[in-house]
Write a protein that binds this ligand. Structure first.
Ligand SMILES: [Cu+2]
Length: 133
């Protein structure tokens, strides 16, 4: 289905673009970025891959503990509309994966908070994901 593929790529491009202004790291030494969202369509089983980087040496941060995630439709004014986010096993250093299912077309926001070894402050980010029909 080439139609579906083109929509998927468009959605990833949008997510990448939107992640820049939405990024809010409380500790400016780190950045959380959304690397990939597989299948960002309504009803699809998606995997969101985020990368945590130490900006001082550009190295991936492997020893973080992700303790809060939330997926909701706040960008569309539907903050009460949430969807479960489940952490998945780590496959690659510094990359954190979550499974999620989107129940509605539009912009969703994933909020993530992490504790990093040796850091007092919590690192958090909110990133927009564009979901297609
Ligand atoms: Cu909604």
């Amino acid at each position: 289905m080439p139609h579906k593929f083109s929509r998927l790529f468009a959605a990833i491009a949008a997510a990448t673009f939107l992640s820049v202004p939405a990024l809010r790291a409380e500790t400016l030494d780190y950045s959380f970025e959304l690397l990939e969202v597989t299948y960002p369509v309504v009803g699809g089983d998606s995997v969101l891959t985020m990368r945590l980087t130490d900006l001082r040496d550009q190295q991936p941060v492997a020893e973080a503990v992700i303790f809060a995630t939330r997926l909701d439709m706040e960008p569309e004014g539907m903050v009460m509309m949430t969807s479960p986010v489940t952490p998945l096993p780590i496959e690659k250093l510094g990359e954190y994966r979550f499974s999620a299912a989107f129940s509605m077309k539009g912009r969703w926001q994933i909020s993530v908070a992490a504790k990093i070894q040796g850091e007092v402050e919590t690192v958090s980010a909110r990133i927009i994901v564009e979901v297609q029909e």
